[in-house]
Design a binder for this molecule. Sequence first.
Ligand SMILES: [Zn+2]
Length: 279
Amino acid sequence: MFPFHGYELFLKTSNFWECFDPLYLTVNKRDRYNVRIQDNISIAEYRQIYGDEWPEEWKLKYPVFDQIQVPMLQNREDMIKWVTRNGDIVNYSTGQVWCDLRCSNAIKDWHHIVWFSQMVPKHAFILWLAIWNRLSTQDRMSKWNLSKSYSCALCDEVPDSVAHLFFECSYSRKVWEIMKTKLLFKGLSYKIGSVIEVLEKYPFKKQIWSVINRIVIAAIVYYIWQERNSRIFKGMKRDSQGLSMKVQEFIKVKLLTLKVKHTKSVQQAGEIWQINWNC
Ligand SMILES: [Zn+2]
């Protein structure tokens, strides 16, 4: 298993999977074997077989491949680079690695926000990638393609990044503002990192609001990421109000599947989300 922070791939001989450690965990062994992408394959070897494309089988089975580009070969000598937890590519040094790993320990509690029994797996996965800054955002893509200019598909103002999309972007900001009215927290930040920090301090129990908070943040991140990709890859647009409605509809259906006991908090949640649990 590869570390979350890892070596960026510029190298013909580099291991294909080191660039995609979350994918290595996602694509099961049989699916890797079926398409002849073994654990020790290099980027050059991969591109000889599939070029710029992902294997069809993977694209059908794992939607995440719609959002990721095949790594490019670059005409230069092999070198070792380190991808920091902020996604910056720097020269490898044990000091930087140590810092990143130490920082990781400082946020050890965040996984309770992502992985819990009532989570929606595809939402959890995108939130997980966002927290690790591993989404294929334009700030990352621009490091691969220096000649291309990028602009956020949601606001068309600046290149997108995790920080921009969640929720500095004027479009995302509107969605987040609407959704915040459905939570008990007041004054939640427009920075995803700060929001996660607030949620980390909330008890990770089965109380209704603890569950709602986590379902909501994962759903917002997922739907904003989906909207961004729909605009880029399909040319389809939904305004911030429409997206907010879609997120709320999804969350309401999800909340209705929860088994709850009648408490003051449940009654309050039912009123805010307009749900009758019949408990
Ligand atoms: Zn934007």
